[in-house]
Design a protein around this ligand. Sequence first.
Ligand code: HEC
Length: 216
Amino acid sequence: MKYFFLSYILTGIIIVSFAGFRGHKFEEPPFQIFNDMKAQDKVKAQQPSSFFENGEAMRKPVAGTVPMGYAVPKKPASEGFVAQDYEFTHGPGYYYTGKDGDFYGDGFPKEIKVDAALVKRGQDRYNIHCAVCHGTSGDGKGVFTKYSTVIPAALTSAGFDDPANALYRPDGKIYDTITNGFNQMGGYGANIAVQDRWAIVSYIRALQFAAKNPAP
Ligand code: HEC
């Protein structure tokens, strides 16, 4: 019995010496038996690094770097810039957000010229970014549905294009869905430039029209 109590106390001491008292705050890094990747060799923001010759850890892009396929916008739309160059959301207003105040707007913003070239561009971008899920015709039966239980919306379904229907999605709402995603759909705002998002909206309208008016 004596030995039992002794080993009992000893076990207690060992546990407390390793684990500490409850609520006790350690200043030291946590004790790791296996490296759980809290400590790793990496570059932290604003920290120096001896790896590079000039000691700067944060590397600048090579001079003249622009996102692939895009020119850097000269001025933001807030300064009267009319969409010519490709740009990503960087401000409030209908053109960037698809919203008029708290509500989704309808129609195309004045910065966007609606013509055949816009719809063509939209077709191009839609087939790259959206068709895998929503299908080339917009019926929601893209190749993705073969591999997933998630069901993409049928963009040509009844009511989607009819302002009198409760299911109606205004242009600004579709634009916002592309930018920020919707429920199970992720956002594409980081991949698709503002002009291209509006171009895709125009192409979705064309798909909806085509679904209602099949070629004879
Ligand atoms: C990875 C698959 C996937 C891709 C790619 C995708 N979507 Fe979706 N999308 C979905 C799913 C899934 C839903 C249904 C979301 C829900 O209701 O949970 C959806 C819903 C929508 C809706 C309906 C939102 C609403 O108001 O009900 C629109 C509009 C839409 N997508 C447009 C697009 C456009 C435009 C693109 C291309 C830029 C695109 N989606 C790319 C999966 C995708």
